[in-house]
Ligand binder design. Sequence first.
Ligand SMILES: NC(=O)c1ccc[n+]([C@@H]2O[C@H](COP(=O)([O-])OP(=O)(O)OC[C@H]3O[C@@H](n4cnc5c(N)ncnc54)[C@H](O)[C@@H]3O)[C@@H](O)[C@H]2O)c1
Length: 304
Amino acid sequence: MRMKALVTGGAGFIGSQLALWLEKEGHTVTVMDDFFSADSRNLTGFSGRILRQDVSQDFECSEKFDSIFHQAAITDPRYPTDDEVFKRNVNGFKNILSLAKKHGSKVVYASTAGVYGNGPVPMKEDQVKECVTAYALSKLEMERMAKENEGQIRLVGLRYFNVFGPHEIHKGRPASMIYHLWKQMREGKRPRLFQWGEQIRDFIYVKDVVKANLCALTAAPGVYNVGTGVGTSFNQLVTYLNEAMGTGMEPEYFEMPFDGKTYQHHTLADIETAKKHLHFEADWKMSEAVKDYVGFLDANVLIP
Ligand SMILES: NC(=O)c1ccc[n+]([C@@H]2O[C@H](COP(=O)([O-])OP(=O)(O)OC[C@H]3O[C@@H](n4cnc5c(N)ncnc54)[C@H](O)[C@@H]3O)[C@@H](O)[C@H]2O)c1
């Protein structure tokens, strides 16, 4: 069924992929973004409305949306001012909840695997949370607010694991390891990894994250992991990139610059609940997703 959808943060990485996909599927899509960490080129080909608005400030919106996909947030876990991250992310969600309540819209919102911190793996939705950043705390607070509004709004939260793929370059340092390693290797430099490349991430391709958002429209309200259930070490990542790029580069290791407590060493999603209640399972295998992404980067990014 055709719907009217609002995508907040729609000029960012995941939001733009989602907005373009929804539009391609025939839905009427509006993007709301204040371009805090966005790139207008991400919306090339998008013909819907683009509202330049900070969602964390009071705003009027008379338009009734069937669904709101809330992606807008400060997304850098190492953003310098914790207060700003918390306030902006939490106030933005508060305003989105009010808008949804006013018009009876469904809400799908982005949370993060960051809420698990360095907790046990595979990470299950109901395990004890160990937020190690203000960013993760802001997302956990959003989940609490969602719970408080259960019964009044249809809400589904998605705890994304490590997302990578086209449209992430504007993020700079917080863009995925895959992008940064590709760039180093394309420039003829050895890929730089923290010693000894054994850190593990549940990397998920952005095309699967778009699919998870669509699954959320018909899922039971709740919070679900959006990961693949497969961990990839940084060393393995270099192997996938070498395969995709036709190179044979060895990693160069350097000392981890971060405090070990604020760094997630191992993330891995338990995907059973998402399979059962979100009806979501990732389609893309890591090796194939890396190949697909490298194809995109080679075609679209100029390396001098
Ligand atoms: N990329 C990942 O690996 C990942 C992992 C876990 C969760 N997430 C979550 O997914 C969502 C999308 O992240 P992303 O990776 O696309 O990052 P991104 O930085 O590319 O996108 C965020 C977008 O929100 C916009 N924005 C920020 N604050 C805003 C505000 N107050 N009002 C309006 N617009 C605002 C930015 O300009 C940007 O376009 C975020 O909520 C993020 O926390 C992402």
